[in-house]
Ligand binder design. Sequence first.
Ligand code: HMG
Ligand code: MG
Length: 304
Amino acid sequence: MRTPAEVTVVEVGPRDGLQNEAKAVPLAAKRALIEALDQAGCPRIEVGSFVSPRWVPQMADTGALAQSLPLLRATTSVLVPNAKGLEAALATDVPEIAVFAAASETFSQKNTRCSRDEAAARLVPVIRQAKAEGRFVRVYVSCVVACPYEGPVAPAAVARLAEKLMAAGGDEVSLGDTIGRATPRDTQAVIDAVALAVPLSQIAWHGHDTYGQALANVLAALDRGVTVIDAAVAGLGGCPFAPGAAGNLATEDLVYMLDGLGVRTDIDLDRLAAAGQKICQTLERSPTGRVALALERQSVFRHA
Ligand code: HMG
Ligand code: MG
């Protein structure tokens, strides 16, 4: 198995993690989470999204949140679905803008209320404008292995969409296993298809952990040469429009595995786990990742 010397972890907990939580999270708690993730050494943090507050009320304060952040070491990003979202993002200093489209038709309709082709067409000018304004642009392609409504998705369909949006000026494409259905061969098949059109250095992997395959899929992605991996602290989240999907791969699980493999991330696992525990207290729930739970048990024993 091939592993790189270094992996860049993209922490998506404050956006992908919190967008799916029913309990309202105060702005101060979101800011504290982002600061704690920054202090743990997370190099890139997606802090929120400028989407319809009617559809995703949890993200309604992203503008105020982005403006309230102190100077961070991490590079921050925000997610936008259209020109209106971009306008709000450009009013902030956030250096990275992420756009999203789905490789499956029905998920596109449910998530963004338009067809796959319409979503791609409306994102092309958004990407161009974000680039013209000097922002780094991340392109998410969702449902890269399976759609919650249609089942399996062909790697060629993912590659076509990724190529189109990257040709508009995207700097990076993050391949989303939105419902966590992939197994390692699926992961490699879709990476191989996309890599025919996009350099590997611009491909990231974004796996939800519904079926417990997320870490195995990361290994499969690393073996193919991918070195940018998305994860959410405490395994938070999911997509409100992907029924049954669990949270992202827990960042604690990812960092523990990469530490063990001698792959550098610059993230301090104990500080990261403390950030996860704190937001879980606010949410009145437990972390879902195995490493966070193991560390919690260890600390109970230590203090008993
Ligand atoms: P729509 O209803 O078709 O939009 O929604 P519209 O253009 O017809 O506008 C309707 C209303 O929404 C208008 O307001 C607009 O101003 C407003 P009204 O006149 O009725 O008061 N509006 C907006 N408000 C704030 N920000 C905006 C915005 N755009 C329009 N950007 C839309 C279309 C895409 C906006 C809507 O469906 C939406 O917001 N969807 C959000 C979906 C979402 O956030 N999903 C989760 C993130 S994606 C994800 O989790 C997957 C990912 O993690 C990767 C993976 O796991 O695969 C990235
Ligand atoms: Mg996601």
